[in-house]
Design a binder for this molecule. Sequence first.
Ligand code: FES
Ligand code: FES
Length: 163
Amino acid sequence: MLPDNEAAPAEPVTVSLMVNGSRKTLTLDTRVTLLDALREKLQMTGSKKGCDHGQCGACTVLADGRRINSCLHLAVMCEGTEVTTIEGLAKGEELHPMQAAFLKHDGFQCGYCTPGQICSAVGLVREGHAHTDEEIREQMSGNICRCGAYNNILDAIKEVQTA
Ligand code: FES
Ligand code: FES
């Protein structure tokens, strides 16, 4: 028997997620975040865990085309949502234009923040409201790069935005 002040473990639930165009059915604890479901249940480790508190952007994925911090969303909340991760951006061997631009402009050093940066940048261009360098920097400010590759990330985004 549990002590009075200890909550009983949540019953696992079955959740159906659409990830990168494929339906995935998972049985998981209701407290599992989308990030942990992706990384630990689906072995999609492209989305990174930096802070696990919504402060670094390393876990950014697209949900119905909008960028979200997957560490702040419970997997069960994402049923019925089209989730796109860094693994889902390329078409076979053909890189997504944003991936190609990051390569061309050296938009990374260690690469830890890069999947989140690229997903965020794809979402940003789709939003269509960042036109100047300042706006792009502001709109990308939720994605931290400890290596300080910001200038090259900016160049990559500008190339895609004006293409
Ligand atoms: S790991 Fe999600 S914002 Fe840092
Ligand atoms: S490339 Fe290293 S943290 Fe951004």
